[in-house]
Design a protein around this ligand. Structure first.
Ligand code: ZN
Ligand code: ZN
Length: 219
């Protein structure tokens, strides 16, 4: 079986891409056939939570569904029909052949893992310029996050004060925090701080929306 219709959540989710990166299907009759086909699948697997529309178009998560459907050859999230119906995305040619009852290319069998065909096809939609933009945005995001982390360590060190002993982390040359054996960075490395993770997620979603905005203005 081959999986289709699985998306990135942020620009860090290689090799997955966003539905916004796929070509538009302007053939209304074909879209209708695809929607009918997608809606006629049988339940393959039920998730533990709701999906959501990557376009944030206002459809509820419940309507995007919580399961995968299958026709025996293809497996797709139940919400895939919504992307074809409302956002007019194209789907891979091999899947379209199934919809049109055309023979499947035997080369499909070369994709031995369930999502290999989807990954190869959807990655082809991420052009060099998009890849470049993604890596620029990630660099900027990572820079902001590590800067925020540095500032956090500095203020923690200021607040707590420093010990006269060195941090015991292997090869660390900083002084340990007062009454501690680690410096702020290595205390954090051991404890993992919730707040900064939230900050990093927030920045990731922010830069993801910058990327999607750029896609929108290109089209
Ligand atoms: Zn939508
Ligand atoms: Zn240290």
């Amino acid at each position: 079986m081959h999986y289709i219709g699985f998306w990135a959540r942020t620009i860090y989710d290689d090799p997955l891409v966003f539905p916004q990166e796929l070509p538009i299907c302007s053939d209304v009759a074909l879209r209708e056939k695809m929607i009918r086909y997608l809606n006629a699948g049988i339940v393959h697997e039920v998730y533990r939570g709701w999906s959501y529309c990557r376009y944030h178009c206002g459809i509820s998560d419940e309507e995007m569904g919580d399961c995968e459907l299958t026709d025996g050859t293809w497996v797709w999230p139940i919400g895939l029909a919504h992307y074809v119906d409302t956002h007019h995305i194209s789907l891979p040619p091999e899947f379209v052949n199934s919809v049109l009852e055309l023979p499947l290319d035997p080369s499909l069998s070369q994709y031995t893992t369930p999502d290999a065909y989807w990954i190869v096809w959807s990655q082809q939609q991420r052009t060099q310029s998009k890849k470049h933009l993604v890596s620029q945005l990630r660099e900027q995001c990572d820079r902001e996050c590590s800067l925020a982390l540095e500032q956090e360590y500095e203020s923690q060190t200021r607040e707590t004060g420093m010990s006269s002993k060195k941090c015991i982390w292997k090869s660390c040359t900083s002084a340990a925090l007062k009454d501690r054996v680690f410096c702020a960075r290595h205390l954090d490395a051991r404890a993992n701080q919730g707040e900064l993770k939230v900050y990093a997620w927030e920045r990731r979603f922010h830069y993801t929306s910058v990327f999607l905005q750029a896609l929108k203005s290109q089209s």
